[in-house]
Design a protein around this ligand. Sequence first.
Ligand code: ATP
Ligand code: MG
Length: 284
Amino acid sequence: MKLKIAIQKNGRLSEKSLHLLAECGIDISNENRILKAIAKNFPLEILFLRDDDIPQYVEQGVADIGILGENEVLEKNRKIDILYRLGFASCKLCLAIPKDENYPGLSYFEGKKIATSYPMILNNFFQKHQINVQIEEIGGSVEIAPNIGISHAIFDIVSTGSTLLTNGLKPVETVLTSEAVLVARKNLSEKQKKILDQLIFRIKAVHNSAQNKYILLNAPNDKLDKIIKILPGMRAPTLLPLATPGWSSVHSVIQEDTFWEIIEQLRNLGAEGILILEIEKMIL
Ligand code: ATP
Ligand code: MG
């Protein structure tokens, strides 16, 4: 019994998807991405596909699970479940208009023509806001549409906004923020669910390790109470006496996003010799 996972063959998600599987300890024998590869040490078969096709193939059971952008999942609107947000390939889907135009709010779009490769997401958005627009579906290079007279505005993926700017456009509304997600088909068998649970368990361990750092520091014993309060650790920090009387070594785990703030507080409390180490894997 194997679980079949669909990942993008060639594109922004490909390397990161393979990297994630590698960090989960899954060794993929054939990386030339012809169509399929089989993991050597985990019951997983990897299918390399265009991201647009992944929702359909997962729905139909060609693949059991898949990794793709949430934007494609919502656009294709297939009967599949989003199981886990993977935190990479983040992007925004925005409405953009000619940069010299005044923007009074969503009412601007009433009766306007908007070019996009994401008609489903856009249509849902304007229906929700009860605004009538004309959606012009185009495959790529959406940002040139207003200049060549195809549309008034566009709806597309925006990362830095520089492509918009060079085409004389400005973003005015963010309709969706997207990232890579793990999806699964309905009705997996019990055996497949078990393999999937194992995979998600590993993905979580990889994520936790990326979001956390191991910290070691030396502190005077009379400050330990305060230091321990700001360093909760997994259960509680580890304390070890130093050879110098009156001092201890404190070991703990801190979150990446609170990192600098905490270091500052620790230094103010008299912590010294602070070491921060990467965590390889973290099982909670
Ligand atoms: P395919 O050939 O597989 O259909 P594609 O050209 O549709 O590939 P990519 O450009 O590789 O797709 O993007 C894949 C996904 O990466 C997007 O659907 C989106 O979720 C995400 N992404 C993140 N940042 C960006 C960006 N700046 N531009 C485009 N996509 C981005
Ligand atoms: Mg695509």
